[in-house]
Design a protein around this ligand. Structure first.
Ligand SMILES: [Ca+2]
Ligand SMILES: [Ca+2]
Ligand SMILES: [Ca+2]
Length: 145
């Protein structure tokens, strides 16, 4: 199993964003940031376990290649449904069950994703399968897969 091109681009972005000290490696704190970004809400112990799985024996940081190879083992679709719902709700500000363009833009900006208006439009268009201009929960789920 390999990371699809699309996921690779996403994880590449996550990696660069999470690598706050810019040394090209991820320490456990930086890994935690990534996992939170993809909606993982595990305990510190769970994160520590993932971290240990990722690093080579005796190392205390994750390389870019390890990260890319291993990320496919934490598929987004396996993140628990309740956690995805929580993530969905952070986008759906007014709680009506749909994420509008404005809500999506607002949330991505809030999360400091450096998307241009055009890129965000593309994300929305891609996720919005029934073309009603909004993302419902089902569309949200399939967009993450
Ligand atoms: Ca780092
Ligand atoms: Ca809404
Ligand atoms: Ca829709």
């Amino acid at each position: 199993m390999s990371v699809s091109e699309e996921n690779r681009a996403t994880f590449d972005r996550f990696f660069r964003e999470a690598d706050v000290n810019n040394d090209g490696f991820l320490n456990i704190k930086e890994l935690k940031t990534i996992l939170y970004n993809i909606g993982f809400r595990g305990s510190d112990e769970e994160i520590a376990k993932i971290f240990v799985d990722l690093v080579s024996a005796g190392e205390d940081k994750v390389t870019y290649e390890q990260f890319m190879t291993e990320m496919c083992k934490i598929p987004l679709k396996d993140v628990k449904d309740s956690e995805l719902r929580t993530l969905f709700r952070t986008f759906d500000k007014n709680g009506d069950g749909n994420v509008t363009k404005e809500e999506l833009f607002h949330c991505l900006k809030e999360k400091q994703f450096d998307y241009t208006e055009e890129e965000m439009g593309e994300i929305l268009a891609k996720a919005d399968k029934n073309k009603d201009g909004k993302i419902d929960y089902e569309e949200f789920l399939s967009a993450l897969k």
